[in-house]
Design a protein around this ligand. Sequence first.
Ligand SMILES: Cc1cc2nc3c(=O)[nH]c(=O)nc-3n(C[C@H](O)[C@H](O)[C@H](O)COP(=O)(O)OP(=O)(O)OC[C@H]3O[C@@H](n4cnc5c(N)ncnc54)[C@H](O)[C@@H]3O)c2cc1C
Length: 430
Amino acid sequence: MATTTSSFMFLKSPTSSPSPCHTRIGRSFKLIKAQSDVRKEHVVIVGGGIAGLATALSLHRLGVRSLVLEQSESLRTGGTSLTLFKNGWSVLDSIGVANYLRPQYLEIQGMVVKSEDGRELRAFNFKQEDQSQEVRAVERRVLLETLAAQLPPDSIQYSSRLARIEASPNGDTLLEFKDGSKLLAQIVIGCDGIRSPIAKWMGFAEPKYVGHCAFRGLASYSNGQPFEPRVNYIYGKGLRAGYVPVSPTKVYWFICFNSSSPGPKTTDSTMLKKQAKELVENWPPELLDIMDSTPDDTVIKTPLVDRWLWPAISPSVSAGRVVLVGDAWHPMTPNLGQGACCALEDSVVLAKKLAAAINSNDTSVEEAFESYGSERWPRVFPLTIRANLVGSVLQWDNSLVCSIRNNIVIPKLVKLGPLLEHTNFTSESL
Ligand SMILES: Cc1cc2nc3c(=O)[nH]c(=O)nc-3n(C[C@H](O)[C@H](O)[C@H](O)COP(=O)(O)OP(=O)(O)OC[C@H]3O[C@@H](n4cnc5c(N)ncnc54)[C@H](O)[C@@H]3O)c2cc1C
């Protein structure tokens, strides 16, 4: 239950300095009068996306109650789909939701790579490379709804857009929301995505645009979609596309294109679909058919960004009893399909350490967060770089380089096994 406080408190100002977290706390203290309506909460999760809901559910299964504060009026119902590999499924198994999702989504058997003229360059079978691999694309909306359905009632508070954050000398954190309401939290878990205000407050730099954007859409076939369950990639020059059968009636597609700037933010999805189709008008006809079967309102455009967590330069994942999870900490490009998978991994690792600290007096919360950062940094930093480099190679636009890629590298040199080694993560049941 939320409680209130009516005492005066000293709260520290945030600083944008990217120094290590334990020295990051602002130097100037200011006296603020805590309002009698300031609620107190123990564990607050800011952001009700994949990271936020998976962390809340992991904590719940370990006996720790948390409150998720989400800026939207409801769960994010838009969006297309996400491809989850065996590491993501292992986490979903461990938090008891995989079996709700598996029956709804096709198991993807392998992948096919084609050139823009439709020539097949190479085909791979996932199980032949790794018997334990599991690949399925899930609708983001359904993933979020499934996670939320397993949480106790009133675990998520909507229309709660974090506007300001301030540390207090006793280690609590004051959160102020757009509507002017305030909340004093003992522990804050920032799951607020790539533009995380919490990461900014902790001194992290803005994620960097990597030079290409993605269009995405979710095609709908009320009479059943006709495709085999495999990922299809089509590589052109500075332009690539892909499609994945998601379920018996839905097919996810994307187009990545080079652009020197992210361009204007457009929400007119009919216009976005038109722009996307123009990019691939002479590409294999099945791609255009899929785009034609896509309701306009599912089409979105996203400039791709990432942030490299350089040691000694990047701030620590935590500052006192405030910590980051998922994209808020390590935005990465989607070239390996690992952003959400890693957010899920983060959530179980963090929850185990935090629950152990809360449920016993052996470790402090601060130490639990540092231990989480030490365990996760060697995982997410190289993966962020790798995803970026893979994207750069796939977005090459030089004709000679693309010809070597399509005629030598992909048909003869690429080995899928080592390319998917990063999916080797397992999570025990919580
Ligand atoms: C084109 C593209 C394709 C992708 N494909 C894949 C894929 O196939 N597989 C994969 O694993 N990953 C994929 N990803 C990555 C994946 O989408 C992200 O890694 C994942 O969504 C991260 O989850 P998150 O919960 O950390 O952040 P988000 O999903 O962004 O959730 C953040 C939440 O915080 C809320 N929020 C933000 N600010 C505030 C605030 N001030 N106050 C309160 N709430 C706030 C937001 O409303 C949102 O609900 C892809 C990404 C892109 C761009």
